[in-house]
Design a protein around this ligand. Structure first.
Ligand SMILES: *Cc1c(COP(=O)(O)O)cnc(C)c1O
Length: 397
């Protein structure tokens, strides 16, 4: 097969016109700071929070500077500080252990299964080693949340969800981010809505959210929030909580509000693309697709498959051949971290013990972005290229 794919794996769609118009309006009036309102004007940031809370069914929502900031704020609001251990996924992206390190904590890594979710058996063995789990729904794969919450509740472990890849997703119909005490979302360009940088934090916990709002840099202006706990909740918290500036501004909020209204439609478009790829790669010898259980409604902004127990050289051969055909695949098994593909043993500021069962899986994970600028035909072409190249190399094994 000689056809070459010419699309860009990093090109997202433009900001919708309604978002551009709303951003222009904010720039024209100049009140970009969320607490800079005129008369009874309601800030775009406050409206964004109110709308995202309603959309997810959360009582409270806080808009912040990044997904990473949402995670550190949630950890701090849960009282995690210097010297504390925090359970988290061995298979995730660097900002997740980074958030734990940022508050002075130490990650304890939990393994990954062939379906790319947290290994609940491994978690069961480690639950007594920390009182918080920062659970990363890495690449949008959601574990059995009912089982996980039962285990964590029984052990008194607080769950914070990293929903950077699960905005709009759910398990048994309950939105991702609504299972734990906090749900943390990113609105960075490569996630499900795009404001360049940005984050959202949701919770039903009044005290926790009051702390988060103070932490984010609300000064004593928390009453300007709309998706926030009542003012009385802040009575003591406002004196006890440091201001660790990380607010979202009205410009980003204005860009995001129309995108949130389109989230379900975009999720369908992502999943249509995923289905074409999954169809095209079903029954390829040597290639395994993660199983997606019926309880999981996912938003497929990326695509993963496994070349499990392959020779490293052969995996590299597949990557080279696909790249020559214009298909840019990322591999979590490389000896050196490149791009965003680091693993638990790349984060050397955090001690880890080898996890052979997870290493075997990480060594086989191939990852691909799935921007909405790809058409369904593009996805069929990409699947054809991967199928051909994997088959060609597999036959030489
Ligand atoms: C992007 C990402 C984050 C952090 O989001 P930022 O907004 O970039 O700080 C956290 N977790 C995962 C899995 C991510 O991919």
């Amino acid at each position: 097969m000689t056809d070459k794919f010419t699309g860009s794996f990093t090109q997202q769609e433009p900001i919708p016109q309604t978002g551009i118009d709303a951003a222009l309006a904010v720039m024209q009036h100049g009140r970009l700071h969320r607490y800079n309102t005129s008369g009874d004007e309601i800030a775009e940031a406050a409206l964004l929070e109110e709308e995202f809370a309603a959309q997810t069914g959360a009582k409270y929502c806080l808009a912040v500077a990044s997904g990473g900031y949402a995670m550190t704020t949630a950890l701090r609001a849960c009282g995690v500080g210097h010297g504390d251990t925090v359970l988290t996924n061995a298979f995730t992206l660097a900002p997740v252990p980074g958030a734990i390190a940022a508050v002075g904590g130490t990650p304890i890594f939990v393994g990954v299964t062939e379906d790319l979710v947290i290994d609940l058996d491994d978690l069961a063995h480690k639950l007594d080693r920390a009182r918080v789990l920062l659970l990363s729904h890495m690449r949008g794969h959601i574990c059995d949340m009912t089982a996980l919450m039962d285990m964590c509740n029984a052990a008194g472990v607080t769950v914070i969800e990293d929903c950077a890849h699960t905005m709009g997703a759910a398990w048994t119909g309950v939105p991702s981010g609504r299972w734990g005490k906090f749900g943390c979302f990113s609105t960075q360009t490569y996630k499900h809505v795009n404001s360049g940088e940005g984050g959202l934090l949701i919770s039903d916990d009044a005290e926790g959210m009051a702390r988060a709002i103070m932490l984010s840099g609300s000064y004593m202006l928390f009453e300007k929030h709309r998706a926030s706990p009542p003012a009385a909740t802040f009575a003591q918290i406002k004196y006890e909580t440091p201001n660790i500036s990380g607010r979202m501004d009205n410009l980003r909020a204005a860009i995001l509000r129309p995108q949130l209204r389109d989230l379900d439609k975009q999720a369908t478009r992502w999943n249509d693309r995923y289905a074409v790829l999954a169809d095209g790669l079903a029954d390829v010898a040597g290639l395994k697709l993660p199983h997606r259980p019926a309880q999981e409604s996912f938003v497929a902004s990326s695509f993963q498959f496994l070349l499990l127990d392959w020779d490293k050289d052969k995996v590299q051969d597949v990557l080279r051949r696909c790249l020559a055909c214009g298909v840019e695949l990322k591999w979590f098994g490389g000896a050196e971290p490149t791009g965003f593909t680091s693993r638990y043993d790349s984060w050397r500021y955090a001690q880890s013990t080898p996890m052979p069962a997870s290493d075997r899986i990480l060594a086989g994970i191939i990852d691909m972005r799935l921007p909405l600028t790809f058409s369904l035909d593009d996805c069929a072409q990409i699947a054809g290229i991967i199928r051909a190249q994997v088959s060609a190399v597999f036959q030489t094994t």
